[in-house]
Design a protein around this ligand. Structure first.
Ligand SMILES: O=C(O)CC1=CCC(=O)O1
Length: 396
């Protein structure tokens, strides 16, 4: 393959368009410059495989943004970065990072370009963030949607509210959706320890109180499902419906070992056993955003918070105590879940007569991080929404 062919191939691989199409104006007005860009740059240094395409695009965005004054090129590399699977939240974090090294003027211009591209591609805007004071600590709450029934999302052990971000936009159509960090995690890291499932249930209710919500649709995944069930047992009058995703209604023998391993071996040692329980081999091989996010969250968690959460989870005491409660329940299993298997999940459904059991094909434990489309569709089917009240008034 000659340098021109290599350059064309690399350009298309990175940017997703043929260079003749994307740089048509350059080709028409300066074939020499077109050749220098495609053959010289994209067929040369930019084609070297030592830097993967995702790292390369992130570096290109950072360099062009730091230079300043090349906003059209910046926009085109922001599109390239999105194409390589970099998430909007990662690009926004990159702009913040840029402010440290290149100053605020360049960082703010870069932010405007990133926002412009996200808008042009119809990508969701980040949720509204609130800082909320609970009984003995502060947490953060992400909100999407400003009318309709309230939905509260409780995340899994080891991550934070952001694991819900891939489904929040769709759920917020006709609903007020709140995703918060439970104690020991994200914005609530370092909250008082030890703690119990009852403390975690009280924190969820504290978040509802902070937004004047009397009754909410309570959705929890994994340990978040344990918290949701504890709320359903302790305060059923606050629950409009219950959605239990990839969870359990009883403690596993492994929980204490996981707590102790965090304390003895550190968080780096938790990454392989945890991620291989949470994701499919295909996701681990391709390393999409959900896997990168979960890996970083585990790596950065304080091992004392990790251990405290597993020990709280050991005290889960809900089995057989939800039957007969006056709200609908959805039990959503992942067909490929190695942790809370379909067998465990169908057992939960059997113990809640009248509940609906659904199994998502090919879906592992971290449902929202690997198959957000399927999860959003299942929850959208199950949860009521108000899609009437915001319609424009009839004319005349
Ligand atoms: O496997 C995990 O990491 C988490 C988990 C175990 C039981 C459950 O509900 O979540």
């Amino acid at each position: 393959m000659n340098r021109g062919e290599r350059g064309r191939r690399e350009y298309e691989g990175l940017m997703g368009r043929r260079p003749e199409e994307a740089l048509g104006e350059v080709l028409r007005t300066s074939p020499q410059m077109f050749e220098a860009v495609v053959e010289g740059a994209f067929g040369g240094a930019l084609a070297r495989p030592e830097l993967g395409r995702r790292a390369r695009e992130l570096a290109s965005v950072a360099i062009i943004a730091a230079l300043g004054g090349a906003e059209r090129r910046l926009a085109s590399h922001v599109r390239g970065a999105l194409r390589q699977g970099i998430e909007p939240s990662e690009l926004l974090a990159l702009c913040e990072h840029l402010s440290v090294y290149a100053g605020f003027p360049r960082a703010l211009d870069a932010l405007a370009v990133v926002n412009g591209v996200l808008e042009e591609q119809g990508l969701p805007k980040p949720p509204l963030m609130h800082r909320v004071a609970l009984a003995d600590h502060e947490t953060i709450v992400a909100q999407k949607g400003d009318h309709g029934p309230a939905v509260i999302l409780s995340h899994s052990l080891g991550v934070d509210w952001r694991m819900w971000e891939p489904v929040m936009e769709r759920l917020a159509n006709g609903r007020r959706v709140f995703a918060y960090d439970f104690r020991g995690h994200g914005g609530a890291a370092g909250a008082p320890r030890p703690f119990t499932m009852d403390d975690l249930a009280a924190d969820l209710l504290g978040v509802l109180d902070a937004f004047d919500v009397d009754r909410a649709h309570v959705v929890g995944l994994s340990m978040g499902g344990g918290i949701a069930q504890t709320v359903a047992v302790r305060a059923p009058e606050r629950v409009a419906s219950l959605a239990l995703l990839a969870t359990t209604d009883h403690a596993f023998d492994a929980f204490e070992g996981r707590a102790r391993s965090g304390e003895d071996d550190g968080m780096e040692a938790q990454i392989v056993p945890t991620l291989t329980r949470w994701f499919t081999p295909a996701a681990l091989a391709t390393d999409p955003w959900g896997v990168r996010y979960a890996r970083e969250r585990i790596r950065r968690l304080d091992s004392a918070d990790w251990a405290a959460a597993w020990r709280a989870f050991k005290g889960l005491d809900v089995q057989g105590r939800i039957a007969g409660k006056d709200f609908p329940t959805l039990v959503l299993a992942g067909e490929a879940d190695a942790s809370t298997t379909p067998e465990i999940m169908s057992g939960i459904a059997e113990r809640i007569p009248g509940s609906t059991y659904r199994e998502l094909p090919g879906t592992p434990h971290m449902q929202t991080l690997e198959r957000p489309d399927l999860v959003a569709a299942a929850l959208d089917d199950f949860l009521p929404a108000d899609r009437q009240s915001r319609r424009p008034p009839p004319r005349g």
